[in-house]
Ligand binder design. Sequence first.
Ligand code: NBP
Length: 479
Amino acid sequence: MSNSAQIGVTGLAVMGRNLARNFARNGYTVALHNRTSARTHALVEEFGHEGDFVATETAKEFVEALERPRRLMIMVKAGEPTDAVIQEFAPLLESGDMIIDGGNAHFEDTRRREHDLRGQGIHFVGTGVSGGEEGALNGPSIMPGGSKESYASLGPMLEKISAKAPDGSPCVTHCGPDGAGHFVKMVHNGIEYADMQLIGEAYQLLRDVAGYSPAQIADIFRTWNTGRLDSYLIEITAEVLSHVDAATGKPFVDVVQDRAEQKGTGRWTVQIALDLGVPVSGIAEAVFARSLSGHADLRAASRELAGPKAKPLGESEAGAFADRVEQALYASKIVSYTQGFHEISAGSDQYDWDIDLGAISAIWRGGCIIRAAFLDRIRAAYDARPDLPSLLSDETFAQEIAAAQDDWREVLVAATRQGVPAPGFSAALAYYDALRADRLPAALTQGQRDFFGAHTYRRVDREGSFHTLWGGDRSEVEA
Ligand code: NBP
């Protein structure tokens, strides 16, 4: 082997194969490896003409094919397979070499792997990659963590293969040390869950409250996609809704089982948010909504439960209602991004990552599933004020929510009256109202806790911790 490859990819299923082709199409020589070598040969046979590939069979051959410092990218199933591959390759590497894990790893695993490999002088670069199969080939949004030194060597290559935002800038940035990249990818996916849930709720409200057909709703989404909701997910929603099943002639959405799965990154976003004490209620509702949809037996057993008697809207009111749903969707979307960015900020503080929130919103503008015109606005908000306490504190977003809130509330009233579940819209509004509340019932909670467990409380008018002698004369003592 000639040490000629600038990068090597091991794990050549859909993602690895397309990333390898993307590197090759951009002029890099790419070493190829897969546990089962049939995948390696298939890639070269089918796509060898696209660029310079070095097909290898063994780990030793693969490592020897790479120029120094070596850049070895792992694109295997996350979890144990990633550890197995690291164990196979790490002994063959030298100080200064890089292992780039582009799988959907848990950021704690990435922190552990980075720590272990650092001792050997190997840079472990946990990297979020978003955009699915198509993005991997034509330009994903890339979220690398790891050392600054590794980014200096790897960054220009990632910038070349990444998606480009509408202003031409590459959708990749060094997120921060060790697990920062995989953490950012995790929250990206959590936001993606929330975006999809909100869109789903908008669809169901338009259908069950306003009485529109899937084809009509597709047209509404197409119109929304020309405005402030302009995004990949809105665009594909219109495509899915207008699709007709060839076998039955029915709308495609009506022949698909209404059960979704929740796993991996969406669930982790909520689990980690709980650990960090960050309220990501919109994202959590999205995860729970998928989970509820999957409980087929429970749903079957509950179908006869009483619902409201309200009738759907008449044709004359439907148009105005659709406009209200757009307002509710937009306002709820601002809230779910607010929550997601809060989680990234909390993770950054907890692990000392110094993540630039504006830069993160900028790299999500192209290539990834949540790409949206709206992200430009988030970037502008953080660029103008990097210490923004919350996206809701940004003047422009606050004004937009102020303008949307009456419609947002009306939509939830209609949803409640008609018995249409809208947990995402509802959680978002509750979060908004809780944040702006002068007083919250947490004061009562503190009183209850002090009553049954002497947990003490703080007063609004004096420093210190206090306890009331609830079982005695109810006098207050300083704790
Ligand atoms: P899969 O997640 O389906 O993994 C298949 C690959 O893992 C094959 O190359 C397989 O080798 C290899 N592998 C397994 Br499984 N166990 C192994 C082991 N013990 N040792 C060595 N190799 C092993 O592939 P994918 O869908 O291309 O995804 C790759 C990574 O990218 C995953 O971590 C995924 O979460 C992440 N990701 C996927 C997407 C997406 O849209 N699909 C998007 C973003 C990130 P074999 O051929 O010999 O079985």
